[in-house]
Design a protein around this ligand. Structure first.
Ligand SMILES: [Cu+2]
Length: 270
């Protein structure tokens, strides 16, 4: 039997152990909230845009077969419960985490075009491109502000759907990589949701996808040796390290030559 004082002293550690991890709980798009997947509720009762995932624990292996959407990737069409959220190019999607306690590490948002309906797509088979990343925003790796810190301060993470993206069905993949316990490997937190990109009124929905050099697979995009997956914020001298190398491909901003070239090529074909 532990004394009340011992319990009191232990309590903060118990709490931290229990709630230290986390997950994206809902999405907000144009003032509408879409409840995310609730890993501790019965799956059969859930009608959600989010892909199922097993719990709030992180993936530790950058080569994990579950890295695409924190599950085996399999289609979720059975049961007809899975939804897709409509969103326009250029709209903001807010990932709501609620409580998030890890301040060290990058935040990354990827998308992937589904060949047909996303509910029938295996997320492991898709080609992913990055639409946003924030690593070390300012300061040093130990005292500075990180992408993870945006979430620990606000409970949310915003990303904008590229305005030049073609209409259709996509998965969006939110990822937080936490570095505070790097001696046991990075903590990789991933959740996916189904989006249907619909043109704004009066627009054609014609757009484009990134050139292949922006496209990656999960697993495949990361290696265990990636510098950004091996940073220890608490290493000696961390207060003098002001740079951080974010894992994965470059963010596609739609302004690359290939995209412009294709667009110009399409124009000159007219
Ligand atoms: Cu955690």
């Amino acid at each position: 039997m532990l004394s009340p004082l011992t319990l009191l002293l232990l309590a903060p550690f118990l709490v931290v152990r229990v709630v230290a991890h986390g997950a994206l709980a809902s999405y907000i798009i144009n003032d509408e909230e879409y409840i995310g997947y609730q890993p501790y509720a019965p799956p059969a009762d859930q009608a959600t845009i989010a892909r199922p995932f097993p719990g709030i624990d992180p993936i530790r292996d950058p080569l994990s077969e579950n890295l695409s959407c924190n599950n085996d990737g399999g289609p979720v069409g059975d049961g007809g419960k899975q939804l897709s959220a409509p969103i326009h190019p250029g709209d903001v999607i807010t990932g709501v985490y609620g409580l998030w306690l890890h301040p060290f590490g990058p935040a990354l948002v990827y998308m992937a075009r589904c060949p047909g309906a996303c509910v029938d797509s295996n997320s492991r088979d898709l080609k992913w491109f990055k639409i946003k990343e924030e690593g070390l925003i300012d300061g040093s790796i130990v005292y500075g502000n990180w992408g993870n810190g945006v979430v620990s301060k606000t409970g949310m993470y915003n990303a904008t759907i590229p305005s030049y993206l073609e209409a259709g069905e996509y998965l969006i993949r939110h990822e937080l990589i936490s570095l505070h316990a790097i001696e046991n490997g990075p903590q990789i937190y991933v959740e996916c949701a189904q989006l249907k990109i619909v043109p704004r009124e009066g627009e054609s929905g014609q757009g484009r996808l990134p050139p292949s050099r922006y496209m990656v697979s999960f697993p495949g995009a990361y290696r265990s040796s990636d510098p950004g997956l091996n940073v220890n914020p608490f290493a000696p001298g961390g207060d003098e390290i002001m740079a951080y190398d974010i894992p994965g491909p470059a963010v596609w901003d739609g302004k690359d030559e290939e995209s412009y070239g294709e667009a110009l090529g399409a124009l000159s074909n007219w």
